[in-house]
Design a binder for this molecule. Structure first.
Ligand SMILES: *Cc1c(COP(=O)(O)O)cnc(C)c1O
Length: 405
């Protein structure tokens, strides 16, 4: 008991990833940013890269720059692949998680004709639930929520590797085994996992996956998502939109649709070049640090936060909702408090701490190993504790929540 600020400073001095923080823009050194799981910080290299893309490649090179831009969706996909345990030719970066998930789930249903059920957990991220509901509505299928009760009616199972609320880790390999035993396909959402925890898509036998690049991969707001399709499924799987970016020999502009024989067959239209360039820089930093080192630090940051939450926040009415065992949790924590919404707003406005809140009553603290320092976690939790001790959040209770939390 009695963790001190000096203990946190000592952890920072011993941190092998400490130097990475200087490779990011830290505009306000006093701010405790505990929301890198929603939007990763801005890499300094991205500032230079986007200036280069805009001023030189677009401004000067004009349409000639497509010679280089053309390869970006596959090239950035190949850079992400080792971070999620994928061999080559199975990952591309395009569109958004929502659009990619729809394309893959719909395509997977076509591979399982006659099956009547889609499965998605009841507590899954909203867009995943809506996409599954939308595909089910369009195809006259039923949606179920229980991952532990799969049967031969199930066509596709959709689930996140890291729960967006609690950070709980999914047993991906176990889910794949149970789904494959009844002939169902599995699509894993890696949005909170990519760049924060080791993922083994090939080894675990995952069929399909999607994931965000603007969270732990630091690709920037609205950066395009990545998708994964297991090599064996590629020849038969067709996304519902047949677009020219999937086409072999695209600029022959041929009569018939003949898609590539690798993950590029799951592209659709012209990709977002500025977004892709930014993702390439974020992914480069994650790869340089290495996912195992990132995981080790995220666990240590989480353990510090749990110890501080037990000591300082539990007496103030907070309850840890995330798994206590670090082996069962990703890189964020959820703490329940009846006034979580007010505390979240007051922390941002009065205390120089950025956590986020998730309904009904969760305060979420995220740990981005490349940028979050131990001191930031210490100070952030201490400031939240003082805020609540002093009742400074009370004027915010029942107030209007910000539009984006
Ligand atoms: C962040 C997140 C998304 C976001 O989807 P977009 O299409 O990029 O808005 C989807 N699913 C999960 C699980 C997420 O955490």
């Amino acid at each position: 008991m009695g963790l001190s600020r000096a203990d946190a400073e000592a952890l920072d001095r011993a941190d092998p990833l400490a130097a990475f923080r200087d490779r990011f823009v830290v505009a306000d050194p006093d701010l405790c940013y505990l929301d890198g799981n929603s939007l990763g910080r801005l890499p300094k290299a991205t500032v230079a890269r986007l200036r280069q893309v805009v001023e030189q490649e677009w401004g000067r090179g004009l349409v000639r720059s497509w010679e280089d831009w053309f390869d970006l969706p596959a090239r950035v996909g190949e850079a992400i692949a080792p971070l999620v345990g994928s061999g080559p030719g199975q990952v591309v970066v395009t569109d958004s998680v929502t659009v990619d998930l729809h394309a893959l789930v719909d395509a997977a249903c076509t591979l399982r004709p006659g099956r009547t059920v889609l499965v998605v957990p009841a507590g899954e991220f909203p867009t995943d639930r809506y996409v599954v509901a939308g595909v089910a509505a369009a195809r006259g299928l039923e949606v179920r929520h229980d991952l532990s009760a799969l049967d031969a009616d199930v066509a596709v199972v959709v689930a996140s590797a890291v729960d967006f609320r609690t950070g709980e880790l999914l047993d991906v390999a176990g889910l794949v085994r149970r789904a494959h035993a009844v002939g169902a396909l599995v699509c894993v959402d890696l949005s909170h996992a990519a760049g924060s925890v080791p993922v083994h898509l090939d080894a675990d036998g995952v069929d399909l996956a999607v994931g965000c690049t603007y969270k732990h991969l630091c690709g920037g707001p609205g950066a395009p998502a990545f998708l994964y399709v297991r090599r064996e499924l590629q020849p038969e799987l067709r996304r519902p939109q047949w677009g020219w970016w999937a086409q072999q020999d695209q600029f022959a502009m041929g009569e018939r649709f003949r898609p590539h024989d690798d993950a590029r067959r799951f592209l659709a239209g012209t990709p977002h070049v500025l977004g892709l360039a930014a993702v390439e820089e974020g992914v480069r930093l994650v790869a340089e640090a290495g996912i195992d080192a990132i995981r080790a630090k995220a666990v240590a940051l989480g353990e510090l936060a749990v110890a501080l939450a037990d000591e300082r926040l539990a007496p103030l009415g907070f309850t840890l909702v995330s798994p206590r065992d670090p082996e069962r949790r990703g890189a964020h924590l959820a703490l329940a408090h009846p006034q979580a919404a007010a505390i979240g707003v007051a922390a941002r406005e009065l205390a120089g701490v950025v956590p986020d809140v998730r309904p009904p009553d969760l305060l979420r603290l995220g740990f981005a190993a490349l940028t979050t320092s131990y001191l930031e976690v210490f100070d952030g939790i201490e400031r939240i504790a003082r805020l609540v001790e002093d009742g400074r959040h009370r004027p915010y209770v029942g107030g209007t929540a910000p539009r984006v939390t």
